[in-house]
Ligand binder design. Structure first.
Ligand SMILES: *Cc1c(COP(=O)(O)O)cnc(C)c1O
Length: 394
């Protein structure tokens, strides 16, 4: 028998997500659970939609959180928009583009791949060539912020190209929402999903979603039924769709939604432009320290995400051993590389609440100490000072 409660260690989360959760959010989540059709809860749901529209910078009517993690938001977009036989262009420059391809295939669609090197942005010219070569394509899907590599793509340009060829756009904004400029309506993004545990600094398990009128129309005009009962937006909207007549679809994760509501209130208090700027300032300070140490970034400067910093591991340094020491000695988590980048890069997240001066200095100081201790080929003792100088200059 297990007699004691679980008490997790207190860590600083500077990996690819989850990021440190703002204590205000944890406090909000501990408030009393009420019924999911309670009028007070319904009021909270309506506020949530307004707050999410601000975060996404959109006026799309259909804006709500899916009751499951970012991967379920991805799946919700594909199962609702892709019918058997549909051709979908998928831009792949990392792990998550690969998952989009699998989603298309599982919906019976036909993926047309636009491939870019891992660590690079999606090349709009390649998308344009693919659109010209395949005039019967229905959808274009891409990842705005590729968390597996730390590269950001030009979502506005990619969406413009797609629309010029009469395609709808599916965009993954799991890591960009709240951290990098994202303007869903201005850029014309049709089906957009995100996550709560990256730059919103909420607990994992929900996926904010927004659909344009055009995308909703496509869902309504389907000739086949959506194969997923749980994700069928025609049914989900009976619950989230507003109006007094809400019907039971599934039991909403009540307390998790309190958390997301609080996260969005916090974002609104800060102001979204200020949040974007804070992510940039902290990235620049981290970068100053990393480069002073003699380490280098993997992604070209103009394609780099401020909230996910991919740093090349110096020759001869044991990736796992360094991360284990950071965790044991500093309670600091940074991320490992994925797929072809495993063992070659560290992914240092500066997401949401975790994007702050204290974390930048902690991470640089801890990396400096551990790498110096194992005799890695770095310049010791200068990283923290370089970061401080970056803050002084900003
Ligand atoms: C984290 C992430 C996902 C998946 O989100 P989960 O909440 O882990 O399911 C999808 N896309 C991108 C770009 C991500 O970073």
């Amino acid at each position: 028998m297990i007699h004691s409660s679980f008490h997790p260690p207190v860590r600083t989360l500077m990996g690819p997500g989850p990021s440190d959760v703002n204590p205000r959010i944890l406090e909000a989540m501990s408030r009393p659970t009420i019924g999911h059709l309670d009028p007070a809860f319904v009021t909270m749901m309506e506020e949530m939609k307004v707050l999410l529209r601000y975060a996404f910078q959109t006026d799309h009517e259909l804006t709500m959180p899916v009751s499951a993690p970012g991967s379920a938001g991805m799946e919700t977009c594909f199962v609702n928009l892709v019918e058997p036989g549909d051709k979908v262009i998928v831009c792949r420059n990392g792990v998550f583009g690969g998952r989009m391809k699998e989603n298309v295939e599982r919906c019976g669609g036909v993926p047309v791949m636009v491939e870019d090197e891992w660590g690079r942005a999606v090349d709009p010219h390649k998308l344009e060539d693919a659109l010209k070569a395949h005039p019967d394509v229905k959808l274009v899907a891409f990842v705005h912020a590729e968390t597996s590599t730390g590269a950001i793509s030009d979502a506005q340009t990619l969406a413009e190209l797609a629309h010029r060829h009469d395609c709808l756009v599916i965009a993954d904004t799991v890591t960009s929402l709240g951290g990098s400029p994202l303007k869903v309506s201005e850029w014309g993004l049709d089906a957009v999903y995100s996550g709560t545990q990256k730059c919103l600094s909420c607990t994992p398990g929900l996926s904010p979603l927004t659909f344009s009128e055009r995308a909703v129309e496509v869902v309504k005009q389907r000739s086949s039924q959506v194969q997923s009962w749980f994700m069928d937006l025609n049914l989900v909207l009976g619950y989230w769709g507003g109006g007094a007549r809400r019907s039971y679809h599934h039991t909403a994760p009540i307390n998790a939604l309190y958390g997301l509501h609080e996260a969005l209130v916090i974002l609104q208090e800060e102001g979204i432009e200020h949040a974007w700027q804070r992510h940039r300032d902290n990235h620049l300070a981290l970068r100053a320290g990393i480069e002073a140490m003699g380490l280098s970034f993997v992604v070209n400067e103009n394609e780099r995400l401020p909230q996910l910093n991919s740093v090349a591991i110096p020759e001869g340094v044991d990736d796992a051993a360094v991360r284990a020491r950071l965790l044991q000695e500093y309670d600091l988590e940074i991320g490992a590389g994925l797929g072809p980048m495993a063992g070659r890069i560290w992914r240092i997240g500066l997401m949401g609440y975790a994007s702050n001066r204290r974390n930048v200095l902690l991470c640089l100081g801890a990396l400096d100490a551990v790498l110096s201790d194992i005799g890695a080929p770095i310049e010791g003792g200068v990283a923290v000072e370089a970061a401080m100088a970056s803050y002084a200059a900003s």
